[in-house]
Design a protein around this ligand. Structure first.
Ligand code: SAH
Length: 269
């Protein structure tokens, strides 16, 4: 068993976490640990549930038989829960492979909520929340997040605009019209004063003029240009979220979360 914690497997579970608690993993997670990672009794696993930070657990029983789940014993909390910036991604569903990629990257880039929006040019009208959530969970496990983004059911754009949350800055990705260059827009007073923001990207065919006007009628909105080229929607979402995190979000923090190896290396630099 490795004694370097960041090599231990990392799993999201739904149960409450407290010292000494015994947890039985569901079959798919048990199978992953025993048959893919070849974990054995005594091995450590990192566990998080989105509210109680990250814990070290130890595999205490590897029952034989596919139906039975591994038993883990919670040993100690290793990381306190940390809140992350309040960033939503409101995105028109696009072709499956690209949308799956977008979900993965939005999770790595710290989206708190992913809200699929149905616009007049959206070709993919349904989004399978369960499948998207599974992609987000895997990306959260890999990126060492302590939370999972909430994947909301798809909403038609007019309904989203109608129920737009007060005090949430809308950041419209617009490849044409009067959009401001992204760095200028997100360095401005409004962007920096609003801790709650939502980035909006259109479908492969883009937003219509009328849809842009609906979004621009929201109480607080910035229209941003992501350079002179037309980006795929997934590229635009990644670019816009990266710029927001760098200028308004948690990419300004230097501190690594409590990973002694990370801190030790940083101090040597
Ligand atoms: N209308 C485009 C295709 C839309 S691209 C075309 O003529 O082919 C899909 C989405 O990505 C757009 O709705 C917009 O939200 C975003 N996007 C693409 N390029 C962008 C850019 N340069 N600046 C800002 N947003 C962009």
């Amino acid at each position: 068993m490795s004694n370097t914690p960041h090599t231990w497997p990392r799993l999201f579970i739904q149960e409450k976490l407290s010292t000494g608690e015994l947890l039985t993993l569901p079959p798919e997670q048990s199978h992953y640990l025993t048959h893919v990672l070849r974990s054995v009794e005594g091995d450590s696993v990192r566990i998080f549930n989105g509210v109680d930070g990250e814990w070290r657990a130890m595999i205490t029983q590897c029952p034989v038989g596919k139906k039975k789940g591994l038993i883990l014993k919670l040993i100690e909390q290793r990381r306190q829960h940390e809140s992350i910036p309040d960033l939503w991604l409101c995105c028109a569903p696009i072709k499956r492979a690209h949308f799956d990629f977008m979900m993965m990257k939005a999770t790595e880039l710290g989206a708190n909520v992913i809200q699929p929006i149905l616009t007049s040019r959206t070709q993919i009208r349904e989004s399978n929340s369960e499948r998207l959530r599974a992609i987000a969970i895997e990306a959260a496990e890999q990126s060492e997040r302590l939370s999972i983004p909430e994947i909301k059911p798809a909403l038609a754009l007019p309904d989203l605009v109608e129920q737009w949350p007060a005090h949430r800055l809308a950041i419209l990705c617009a490849e044409f019209g009067d959009a401001q260059p992204v760095a200028q827009a997100l360095s401005g007073a409004l962007a920096r004063a609003r801790p709650s923001a939502a980035i909006l990207t259109g479908p492969e065919g883009g937003f219509t003029q009328d849809e842009m006007m609906q979004i621009k009628a929201l109480p607080e909105v910035l229209s941003i240009r992501l350079g002179p080229r037309i980006l795929r929607a997934d590229t635009a979402a990644i670019a816009a979220m990266s710029c927001w995190q760098a200028l308004c979000g948690d990419w300004q923090n230097r501190d690594f979360h409590t990973r002694p190896d990370k801190i030790a290396n940083a101090e040597k630099e």
